[in-house]
Design a protein around this ligand. Sequence first.
Ligand SMILES: *[C@@H]1O[C@H](CO)[C@@H](O)[C@H](O)[C@H]1NC(C)=O
Ligand SMILES: CC(=O)N[C@H]1CO[C@H](CO)[C@@H](O)[C@@H]1O
Length: 685
Amino acid sequence: MAKDDNLPLFATKIAKGRILFQFYSLLIFVGICFIFVYRLSHIPAKEEPGRWAWMGLFFSELWFSFYWFVTTVVRWNPIYRNTFKDRLSHRYEKALPGIDIFVCTADPVIEPPVMVINTVLSVMAYDYPPEKLNVYLSDDGGSDLTFYAMLEASRFCKIWLPFCKKFKVEPRSPEAYFRTAVEPLGEPVMAKEWSTVKILIDGRESEAVDIQGQTLPTLVYLSREKRPQYHHHFKAGAMNALIRVSSRISNSPIILNVDCDMYSNNSMSVRDALCFFMDEEKGNEVGFIQFPQGFENLTKNDVYGGSLNVLMELEMPGFDGNGGPCYIGTGCFHRRETLSGQEYSKIYKADWKRWSNRSVEDSTSVLEETCKVLASCSYEENTQWGKEMGLKYDCTVEDVLTGVAIQCRGWRSIYFNPERKGFLGVAPTTLLQSLVQHKRWSEGDFHIFASRHCPFVLGYKKIPLKLQLTYCMNLLWAANCLATLYYVIVPSLCLLRGISLFPEITNSWVLAFVFVIIVHRAYSLGEFVWFGGTFKGWWNDQRMWLYKRTTSYFFGFLDYILKRLGFTNSAFVITTKVADDDVSQRYEQEVMEFGTSSPMFTILATLALLNVLCFVSGLKRVIADVETLVWEQFALQILLCGLLVFINLPIYQGLFFRKDVASLPTSVAYQSTMFALLACAIAVY
Ligand SMILES: *[C@@H]1O[C@H](CO)[C@@H](O)[C@H](O)[C@H]1NC(C)=O
Ligand SMILES: CC(=O)N[C@H]1CO[C@H](CO)[C@@H](O)[C@@H]1O
């Protein structure tokens, strides 16, 4: 026995610079207090016109301060993890548990089979004993194309896996590898093989459930039975069917789930995850291990803020420090029991050996019959599936909801963010895609907040208060829209009308505002650049921050309310653009993509026009005024309005100056001009 036998399998580090952050937070806190004192001591008298606008602004500021408090809680104590894979293999190489990997795909058009297969191949090629890896592909589209792509993949992997192992290839998605590879030994042969995978179409019918047992690792294709009278519950339904089917076939104690567009970029991820699960001291309480969502197609200045860098590098570690990250639906290793609804208890001890014998007694055809039953659409009738078992239903972000429930059952979650990212996917490449994605997230998150699954309710006395607050950061995304819309619209209209809402520039109260704004934004810039962003990237991110709040969150919020009131169909039909050939070119040039009419664009354009009108009128007042009183009175409002104009420059370009197909359509221009003029007219009269 070597002497390192009782050393832990992973280590946890506390982030540096916490004192600095606490000092910054204190400064902002003091600044905010001054702002409130000013607001409360300077409320306009009853007969003055600006009283209500003033109160509204005060409430917006109260909201922003509360939300700032939440983000401060998130950042208070980030922790970072690292693993000791050599110790793992030294101690457990012979006793490593089986892993079931779930890949879900739904639509062969949006998610082309080639992409799916690349993901499947990349996870089959994990550096792990192949007889212990089982890959399940759930194809909700029931597409022949995907099925035959899968068949080809099962043949191709016989060449690909040995190739990967022999040459220690990384990443192990063939497509990603050949895109980046610099002609290593043997590549021409491999490339030729690969091209055959793309020849695929065959006329035959595929079966509902098909089991491929010939290759190692095991590869299973599953297409659920769907009927109109039964709800299929989207990805959560697919995952639950996979949980049941896999329990008959391999029943591995660990389940990894990845989206079909996220290939594995690190063949060590399984071993990394096991370092947490198999740690002798702390491993038993670990319910799931969340890896970050990485992206492979980001541009330098990230025009749609798609990298989510601060979220993944700072806020998720903060989550971890406060009690455990949320489950984000992909790149996550689960313990099978936690997904099946088991509660954590102190005496729980994982028995890795129990699982290792695969149920080989059934013949393939018997197995296939059982699995058909498990994947049939009526199986879940009158069961706890979707409620207490498996992933939860009836929420657009079922993953977050499921994660909260697991944590409330006593399990810890871990966030692991290795240097070389575990999983890489594609970020949205158009503005609308990005906004629609955030609408879905914010609506689902708000739904959780307003339901009995709210961490404050479900997690009462079960998870720490700081974790409940941390969850608020995401769950309250949608609620940000009101305060933000107010701040973007009302001060500008008041400028037009001649109502002052901020202290005069010569008044010392102005310092509180200027201080909070500058320090807060400087911190945000510092944070962004620290985690690998550029200055321009930060500016783009600020723009997206604004756009998400005024459109995605707004529609998410409205849709939630409307559904509550009984309007089941979204009142706002949001179209997603069909990609044309030039889209990716413009994306790479970081030119903002509009090109279609959408209520979201109308809102953005209206707000941009409204602000430019108010800004011009504000400037006119200042110039016409000889005694500079106007400037003194309205300086902050003019600056705010000017900042909004500046950040909206791409919108004006899209409305008036660009002539390409991706500019804003004329209908949006007409509508938004009308709305903006109307709003100004109402404000003035
Ligand atoms: C993905 O893997 C490749 C090859 O190992 C590596 O060069 C690259 O940095 C990784 N990407 C990320 C985002 O970690
Ligand atoms: C910069 C970059 O890699 N862009 C790519 C992102 O992904 C899209 C869709 O796969 C490609 O078209 C881009 O070229």
